[in-house]
Design a protein around this ligand. Structure first.
Ligand code: NAD
Length: 500
């Protein structure tokens, strides 16, 4: 069986840990290959190579760094289809969705190409007679990224292009469930001319993550994944004096007001709930309908649309939704549908027990729609991370917003309405980091930053955009005096400078 290894110093490395994890083809349920799981030895090797590369890379000119990034972007565009196929093979999402993932990842490479603009710094002249002050930002050194299974290319691309553009070297630990896309991203970076050691990939699990968190030569850690692991990573990184941004799970609400365009709202909710089989941190998993009339009309529209979603292998051009990542995850997601029924929800569409002819062993699930869900039900309280959409009925706008704000998560939210005043009030009152107005998945473009509130993000910085640049650099302020050669009488003054 083929073994997926690591990529260290621009070379494939098999590793010596003797530990492996299976990589499945979710569409067939077959074990496709296996991935090596790093121990401390491989992590240390990658960090050592990254550290060795760091000194030369931080002083590589901005012109050189951006030339490499522009070349990298061209290679990614040329290999976009191949990368999308790798994503589909191991993650299961349909090809068009995988291409969308690549497009959103490319945005961050394009942002990184504009890094000279972002690193311009500030200068104040003559703050005191003959004295100038400048503020600059410098790279941190070696930084690490730990990424989840659900966007095997896009989330790594949220991190390393900005980090290396800022002059850092990078060690990436992708999800062991679908590692091939990240490895290919690193191979293409080598082909673009990234020097040895600038971008390294170490595959692994908790053991590799623990070593990255403890390693004294790692200055900062970016993490994206589930909330419990995000919290543990944040504490682990802080315990080892590292800067950290740890993005966690989500439960995103879409508020539908009585005046909304209900067809637009229903179309948007179906795409945002079931796209990528609901395995998106910005998926809409709860629709909150204000008023019984709104709820009835919306649920009718959702039900007919849900029944029409075409489920099949990601390679089938007619399929709109692929399988889930593993059999265990599929079964966990399915258990929430029965659980919600037992707890009193109406199961309007039941996607459990769904099979795709010819792919009976694949990790498929149909879409499920639950109505009259209440906040005490498990289907409401937990992040299901699958194709299950809950509808909660609220009496008023105020009741709906306080429900959303009581959630422990605060990634994204959306409001559907024709009333500008109501939308404005919602965007100011809702406690989430990203808000959509008649937009169901408000993932910010690359030149803004992505990040949630509450249990959806631990740390002070959102990811990519200006926050990404701040996260991967630290500030330095330089106060300079070049005495006027004509002034020979500076004298001695023991007082605190008064800047006159
Ligand atoms: P996960 O937390 O299981 O894994 C994420 C990463 O952490 C992987 O690289 C994994 O190997 C590693 N890991 C797993 N368990 C660990 C442990 N105990 N100690 C140390 N490292 C560990 O997440 P996942 O299942 O791969 O991804 C899905 C989750 O990610 C969902 O909760 C989703 O909402 C979240 N997510 C969040 C965002 C966001 O931007 N907020 C984006 C994408 C995904």
């Amino acid at each position: 069986m083929r073994t997926i290894g690591h990529f260290i110093g621009n070379k494939p490395v098999e590793g010596t840990s003797g530990r492996f994890a299976p990589v499945w083809d979710p569409a067939t349920g077959a074990r496709a290959t296996r991935v090596a799981l790093a121990s401390a030895t491989e992590v240390d090797q990658a960090v050592a190579v990254a550290k060795e590369a760091a000194a030369a890379w931080r002083s590589a000119s901005l012109a050189r760094r951006t030339a490499l990034l522009f070349r990298y972007r061209e290679l990614l565009v040329a290999h976009r289809d191949e990368l999308a196929r790798l994503i589909t093979a191991e993650h299961g999402k349909v090809h068009s969705d995988a291409l969308g993932e690549m497009a959103r990842g490319l945005e961050i490479v394009e942002l990184a190409c504009s890094i000279p603009e972002k690193l311009k710094g500030e200068l104040s002249t003559e703050v005191s007679t003959g004295v100038d002050v400048s503020s600059i930002r410098q790279p941190l050194g070696v930084v690490a990224g730990i990424t989840p299974f659900n966007f095997p290319a896009m989330v790594p691309l949220w991190m390393f292009p900005v980090a290396v553009a800022c002059g850092n070297t990078f060690v990436l630990k992708p999800s062991e469930k679908d590692p091939s896309a990240a490895l290919r991203l690193a191979e293409l970076a080598a082909e673009a001319g990234f020097p040895d050691g600038v971008l390294n990939v170490v595959n692994g699990d908790k053991e590799a993550v623990d070593r990255l968190l403890a390693h004294p030569d790692i200055a900062a850690v970016s993490f994206v994944g589930s909330t419990p692991v995000a919290r543990a990573v944040q504490l682990g990184a802080i315990g080892h004096d590292k800067r950290v941004q740890a993005l966690g799970g989500a439960k995103n609400h879409m508020l539908v007001l009585p005046d909304a365009d209900l067809d637009l709202a229903a179309d948007s909710a179906i795409s945002a709930a079931y796209g990528s089989a609901g395995e998106r941190c910005m998926a809409v998993s709860v629709v909150v309908a204000v008023g019984e009339e709104t709820a009835d009309a919306l649920v009718a529209r959702l039900a007919s649309r849900a029944a029409a979603v075409r489920v099949g292998p990601g390679t089938d051009p007619d399929a709109e939704m692929g399988p889930l990542i593993t059999r265990e995850h599929r079964d966990t997601v399915a258990s929430y549908v029965g659980g919600a029924r037992d707890q009193g929800a109406d199961v309007v569409v039941d996607g459990t027990g769904y099979t795709v002819p010819g792919h009976e062993e694949g990790f498929f699930l149909g879409v499920s729609l639950l109505d009259r869900v209440t906040p005490d039900m498990d289907a409401y309280r937990d992040e299901i991370f699958g194709p299950v959409l809950c509808v909660v009925r609220a009496g008023t706008y105020e009741e709906a917003v306080s429900l959303i704000n009581d959630s422990r998560w605060g990634n994204g939210s959306a409001v559907f309405t024709r009333d500008g005043g109501a939308a404005r009030r919602f965007q100011l009152e809702v406690e989430t980091g990203m808000v959509g107005v008649n937009v169901p998945i408000p993932v910010p473009v690359g030149y803004h930053s992505f990040g949630g509130w509450k249990d959806s993000l631990f740390g002070d910085h959102h990811i990519y955009g200006n926050d990404g640049v701040r996260f991967y650099t630290r500030g330095k302020v330089i106060t300079t005096r070049w005495p006027d050669p004509a002034d020979t009488d500076a004298g001695i003054d023991l007082g605190f400078p008064r800047n006159q």
